[in-house]
Ligand binder design. Structure first.
Ligand code: FMN
Length: 315
């Protein structure tokens, strides 16, 4: 099940674990990379010294390639950019904007740069820079989201750029992997599925909330701020909806969500905290090791592909 991007990134399987603030620590990223996927540390708003500890953790677990997700709106973005270059982190994914002004520094550190995009226009603009691929993330995803669904976004971005496309948003099993490959993607990035990995350090309450979620529980909040976020319905999402209905200001809404992800991930307060998770939560029923998650996806995709080929051949 290798695609060209596996050679570019030097990974065994076309499965990437999305960088997730607070959630994607060195333990998770290291386990995913060790199992043959690409693990990515979510640096979020963390200062460089914290990110460095996570990088060191990954390198204690495996010598295989891994990545760091650099959040371009972080107050520590400058020092995190310097750190990943200095530490020669193999892959850097970037969220929340245009990484243009940092590209040369990343490349000087030998980092392969992969921006996250949610429109063809942004993908085209990025592809004029020296990047290795783009991650096209659909609206089904957990966390901060764009407008288009994965189903519509992937083929349009594939047709817009000549770099490899990685599909993200709403994928958690072999069916999703195959669908993404048929839409023209070369790999998939999964977030929500890997929250429920054994090696993920998120609270048990967070994982249980995903496991108990149904298909319509992952809702979008804070649209009016221009930075909509998808998370599981709870007291916080109802509070944010109420604020929006009362035409609260962007600052008031942002303040209500401040520190909420940390609260849910680290303290297990999944009612008042932000349980960022995607629409695929309803499909996730168990906590597995990262290795099991990856192997199950690959095995399911292989079986399904063989079965489909046989069925078509028989007709
Ligand atoms: N994407 C980023 O680029 N930076 C982040 O800091 C980030 N944090 C996330 C936190 C959580 C809890 C979740 C669920 C997602 C986050 N994402 C972030 C998005 C993921 O990297 C990934 O693209 C997305 O989860 C894929 O969709 P899925 O959840 O349907 O698998």
């Amino acid at each position: 099940f290798k695609t060209d991007i596996c050679d570019i990134l030097e990974i065994e399987y076309p499965i990437i674990q999305g960088g997730m603030a607070w959630v994607a620590t060195g333990e998770l990223a290291g386990a995913v990379s060790k199992a043959g996927g690409l693990g990515i540390i979510g640096s979020g708003n963390a200062p460089a010294e914290i990110v460095e500890q996570e990088i060191n953790k990954v390198r204690e677990i495996t010598d295989k390639p891994f990545g760091v997700n650099v959040m371009l709106l972080s107050p520590y973005v400058e020092e995190v950019v310097d750190l990943v270059a200095e530490k020669e982190v193999p892959v850097v994914t970037t969220g929340a904007g245009n990484p243009g002004k940092y590209i040369d520094r990343f490349l000087a550190g030998g980092c392969k740069v992969i921006p996250v995009v949610s429109s063809s226009a942004l993908a085209r603009r990025m592809s004029r820079m020296e990047i290795s691929a783009v991650i096209a993330e659909g609206n089904e995803a957990g966390g901060h989201i764009g407008d288009l669904t994965t189903m519509t976004l992937i083929p349009q971005i594939v047709d817009s750029v000549d770099v490899p496309v990685i599909a993200a948003g709403g994928i958690a099993d072999g069916r999703g992997l195959l669908a993404a490959l048929f839409l023209g993607a070369q790999a998939v990035q999964l977030g929500t599925r890997f929250v429920c990995a054994e090696e993920c350090q998120a609270s048990n309450e967070y994982k249980e909330k995903i496991i108990n979620a149904r298909d319509r529980d992952a809702v979008v909040s804070a649209r009016s701020t221009g930075h909509p976020v998808r998370s599981l319905k709870n007291t916080l999402t109802r509070k944010l909806d109420k604020l929006e209905a009362e035409s609260a200001t962007k600052e008031e809404i942002e303040k209500a969500g401040e520190g909420a992800l940390r609260e849910a991930v680290c303290e297990g307060r999944v009612d008042t905290g932000s349980v960022m998770a995607g629409q695929i939560s309803g499909l996730i029923k168990n906590i597995l090791s990262s290795e099991e998650i990856i192997h199950n996806i690959i095995n399911e995709a292989e079986d399904l592909l063989l079965k489909t080929c046989k069925e078509i051949g028989e007709e």
